[in-house]
Design a protein around this ligand. Structure first.
Ligand code: NAP
Length: 344
């Protein structure tokens, strides 16, 4: 058995990690931290875990040395104390944006501040298994894996086959997101009368996740707009791609199949008919699947690449557990096979 501890376990991604790891056959959860809830039982904050664990929250300085340490803190917190976290576990997986960009200059550009631990950036592994499986599996010694932005995950997976084929002249990603993307702490925007029923432009241009997609898929003309909609979990990405040349549907099928045929958590959803012919995050709640689809506008030649994920799963905790499985040389799908619910 491997041991895992979670810093920031009272939050949404932390809670999702505990849920996954309590069911994981090769992992025992050693400690879960919350500064504000230290001493309280886990289930008081995550009621879905009632009866599944006797764990109490501890403060971060009481965390047990573990085989794996997950960091689920707000942006900027993990990097401040990364040496301390690395001394607790040989494998650290940080779900925040702190270690996603390898270039300190790119970090300064997208996050408008200097990185507190720039020396750690180049060796951190971008934790999207579909992009980094070999590095996750083969890197030796103490490791730092970065989680992937949930919106970036949706863009990366929708666009990867087109980017690899050099087919993207220009792309505009229109992304719809649910409220849990904002984390467990209430804000004015998450107040029920303000949030319920909203179709609110959240970011019209320059979203920070753009930087990681450009890093991973290569430089391209990429614009991103994000809208908050009435949904708790979920990201839906519609990428409008102006291609470098005209393509037919048959070629797209070939490219997407080649990219994803062997991927355990990416499903192609691009059917001609039926209610569920294209990706929809509603049916992915709680599941680690990413559904990816595509279509072509026969008039203009525009490619419409689509993806749907649960932001807390494939967009955060699910991918982190998948990356952990690979890094620990365990079967990649362990603890992650829940298919989601229908109807929900
Ligand atoms: N929500 C998503 O969909 C999503 C998806 C992908 C990535 N992420 C990233 O994952 C990280 C966590 O997100 P989340 O949504 O889980 O946030 P969250 O719900 O706000 O939870 C964050 C937790 O971190 C703890 N914390 C805050 N500052 C800390 C510090 N200095 N030291 C130790 N613990 C601290 C807080 O608990 P205490 O104050 O009680 O300690 C809190 O419960 C963020 O960086 C976020 O950008 C989120």
């Amino acid at each position: 058995m491997k041991t895992a501890s979670i810093i920031g376990a009272a939050g949404y991604t932390g809670g999702e990690l505990v849920r996954l790891l309590l069911d994981h056959p090769h992992v025992r959860v050693a400690s879960v931290t919350s500064r504000s809830l230290a001493g309280q039982p886990l289930h008081r904050t995550h009621p879905n875990l009632r009866g599944r664990s006797e764990l109490l929250f501890t403060t971060p300085d009481q965390v047990q040395p573990s085989d794996v340490l997950f960091l689920c803190m707000p942006h900027g917190e993990a990097a401040k104390q990364i040496e301390q976290w690395a001394s607790i576990a040989p494998l650290v997986i940080d779900l925040s944006a702190d270690f996603r960009l390898r270039d300190p200059a790119a970090y300064r550009m997208w996050y408008e501040s200097d990185h507190p631990a720039p020396g750690r950036l180049a060796s951190a592994i971008y934790g999207l298994p579909e992009l980094s499986r070999t590095r996750l599996r083969e890197s030796a010694g103490p490791r730092l894996i970065s989680g992937v932005g949930c919106n970036a995950t949706a863009m990366n997976l929708a666009l990867l086959p087109l980017a690899r084929a050099g087919l993207i002249e220009r792309v505009i990603c229109d992304i719809k997101v649910g409220s849990s993307e904002g984390g467990a702490e209430a804000t004015q925007g998450s107040h029920h009368p303000e949030r319920s029923g909203a179709v609110r432009m959240y970011s019209t241009a320059g979203h920070r996740h753009t930087g990681e997609v450009l890093q991973e898929l290569g430089q391209m003309q990429l614009d991103v707009s994000i809208t908050s909609i009435e949904m708790v979990r979920g990201v839906a990405c519609t990428a409008h791609v102006i291609p470098t040349r005209r393509v037919e549907s048959k070629e797209l099928w070939k490219l997407y199949r080649a990219a994803y045929a062997d991927e355990p958590f990416v499903r192609l959803v691009a059917e001609k008919t039926g209610l569920h012919r294209l990706p929809d995050p509603k049916i992915l709640s709680g599941s680690n699947y990413a559904d990816v689809g595509f279509d072509i506008d026969p008039r203009s030649g525009r490619i419409i690449a689509m993806s749907a994920i649960d932001n807390l799963m494939k967009g955060a905790a699910g991918s982190a557990v998948q990356a952990m499985n690979i890094a620990l040389d365990l079967p990649e799908t362990l603890g992650l096979t829940f298919p989601g619910l229908h109807p929900i």
